[in-house]
Design a protein around this ligand. Structure first.
Ligand SMILES: [Zn+2]
Length: 472
């Protein structure tokens, strides 16, 4: 990788409800990559941004229903989202809220630049709108009953209003070229999908809503009777925080992580907005799949929502992180269940890492020998390559294959039966240094455990008092 700095962003979550495990997957993924880059590039060379998306008619309506102001409503949701992330040890540099003052100013400034470039014009719009998506819908995007595919319980609205439009169509050729670059959208299947959307044609998009209909938004800088459309404002959050902190320049690899439902906005609208405003484009948009729970889509109407903090209180944050990173929807959708988490916990963590570490610690303690720390450990190119290509799942498998080799070495050499001290030292020091090497890869995935193991095996005298993963 030739860039010296990295900006990693997640989608900011819409503040109509507290996040569930489906949203949390992306935060764990972003956190793992951020921790990895901090270790390879340096703490201050990485900026990890997450947060909440707070404007729009859907939040305004939710607040009205509760008899509170929109600001009170989003304050509450945003706080709860934040503590959900904290329960998973998500090491974000900033939790941005689109209601933050600096974001409001930046959004207006960028909107104005696009306006001054001749890409925003007034026209009237007649069409359909889904409040759940906060998006205009064409008939082809609705089911047979005329309902949104993602929000089948909501009424689709017919809107007829004066709006300011973004001259999106002007950027069709630009987007085609951009999407022809191999790594702009990953994985490859998503890139092709986005390219085909452009080839089907790009229509101009309303990017304001009239204030008499939606007042909960950032005022359009060119017309006080309008607010900026929530998607147009929300996308700018990345630029607000990145630019302010020196992470929106040609030395930075700008990575947006998002779920497949947000891919079009990020791959097609956001680059066009930036191009129009004369700002630098992101480097890579990585699109992952969805999490289903026990074979069903996770949704409020299904009543099957699990909050990340509920899993954390049952299993601990490292276990939830490990499970998501290894079995999450890095490319395709996956099905998860609490039973499967238990299974993976027992096989990979209790019987795997936990067992090997405590076995070796006991052998080392009983031997009364000292095991000096090696000066340098070899770097692992495969591990680095997996993580630079977002494949946290393969990186974990790679580390756990080292763990299996170590287990095999212990079983083959039976250090507990060795009587000769020189031979025992030879066998154990190889095994302990191998484990130390494995430990050095763990922090991005399971930071708490990595810390405990680092302490236990981090000096000549080895001592591990705690059972890391008691069997369930
Ligand atoms: Zn919808």
């Amino acid at each position: 990788m030739d860039k010296k700095k990295v900006l990693i962003t997640t989608a900011i979550d819409y503040a109509n409800d507290v996040i569930h495990i489906g949203h949390a997957y992306q935060k764990v993924l972003a956190d793992c990559l951020s921790r990895f880059y901090r270790r390879t590039l340096g703490e201050d060379k990485v900026y990890f941004l997450t947060g909440t998306d707070e404007y729009g008619s859907s939040n305004q309506r939710a607040a009205e229903k509760r008899g509170i102001t929109p600001k009170e409503h989003v304050d509450e949701i945003s706080d709860k989202d934040k503590s959900e992330l904290d329960s998973l040890d998500i090491s974000y540099n900033r939790f941005i809220r689109t209601t933050d003052k600096d974001h409001n100013e930046t959004a207006k400034r960028l909107f104005l630049k696009v306006f001054e470039n001749g890409d925003i014009y007034k026209s009237s719009y007649t069409g359909l709108y889904c409040e759940g998506c906060e998006a205009y819908k064409t008939l082809t995007e609705l089911d047979e009953d005329g309902r949104c595919l993602l929000h089948p319980t909501r009424e689709i609205q017919k809107v007829e209003e004066e709006n300011y439009f973004f001259r999106w169509s002007r950027y069709a050729e630009f987007l085609k070229d951009l999407l022809s670059e191999k790594n702009f959208v990953l994985p490859e299947s998503r890139r092709k999908e986005m390219l085909s959307f452009v080839e089907q044609g790009i229509n101009d998009l309303p990017v304001t809503r009239p204030k008499y209909k939606v007042s909960w938004g950032i005022e359009a800088p060119n017309d006080p009777d309008h607010v900026i459309y929530v998607w147009f404002d929300a996308l700018i959050n990345y630029f607000t925080a990145g630019n302010q902190n020196g992470f929106w320049d040609e030395h930075t690899r700008i990575i947006h992580l998002l779920g497949k439902d947000n891919a079009r906005w990020h791959a097609l609208l956001w680059p066009a907005m930036l191009k129009s405003a004369g700002e630098i484009l992101p480097s890579t948009i990585y699109v992952h799949g969805f999490i289903n729970l026990n074979g069903e889509k996770i949704s409020k109407s299904k009543g099957n929502i699990i909050r990340p903090s509920e899993l954390v209180s049952q299993f601990g944050s490292d276990v939830v992180r490990y499970y998501f990173l290894k079995h999450g929807p890095i490319v395709e959708d996956v099905d998860v269940s609490v039973d499967h988490i238990k299974q993976v916990y027992n096989s990979d963590l209790a019987n795997g890492l936990g067992n090997t570490a405590s076995r070796l610690a006991r052998l080392a303690e009983r031997s009364d020998l000292e095991f000096p720390i090696l000066e340098s450990t070899p770097s692992d190119e495969k591990f680095t390559e997996y993580l630079e290509n977002f494949r946290v799942d393969l990186a974990i498998q790679h580390v756990w294959s080292k763990l299996s080799e170590l287990d095999k070495h212990i079983n083959d050499n039976e250090p507990w039966a060795i009587k000769d001290n020189n031979r025992l030292y030879e066998v154990l020091s190889w095994e302990i240094n191998t484990l130390r090497n494995i430990i050095s890869y763990l922090e991005p995935f399971i930071p708490k455990t990595a810390g405990k193991l680092g302490k236990a095996f981090g000096s000549e005298k080895i001592s591990l008092k705690e059972q890391l993963f008691p069997r369930l």
